[in-house]
Design a protein. Sequence first.
Length: 215
Amino acid sequence: MKINSKEYWNYRFGSGDWEKKMGYNQTKSFAECQIRYFDIDKNFEGIITDFGCGAGDAFPIYKKYFPKAKLIGIDFSEKAIELCKKKYGTIADYYVSDVDGVLYSDIIICSNVLEHIEDDKRTVKKLLKKCKKLYVTVPYLERPLCSEHLRIYNINYFDEFRPVDKKIFLCEGWSHFGIDLIFNIYIKNIARFILGRPIVYQRRQIMYVFNGENK
């Protein structure tokens, strides 16, 4: 099956592969890290949509930080949305859809999704029409690319959409820290250099913040 197709993600979420490979923990870690960079008041009472929400493991984090907000999860994988409803059905409303079916929201969060989508800029353009503010987070200068990721994102990648802010940061569940950083990056890079293999860099994330067209 084609990587990043609906069939592919239905398999990953429906077969237990996502859980086996610690996808739940990674989503939770991403949310816990990114929440610090959102310029959203804790008393916010509007609508927050998580586009590409996967199995929904960010929602307990969002609910904790924004208890008065109405939360919506959207994913094109039916199996992902089944898991959302099963695990977190009382926290948010969940819908199976691609970007064309996204409803208007005050805020849209798109976390670690666009690197899997072929036409990522078309997706951003459509999301901007459906919100007041859009937060997009993707891997930053990822080298080498993961097998599921389609491109490298740099600081200026989305400049045509005039981001109002850009934040680059290390993230639990993605970046290397401590002994892991020393052994798997620094020490192994010496061996990679000697063997003529590609150097691996400490992985970071970048968050682009946009004002939507419905401000």
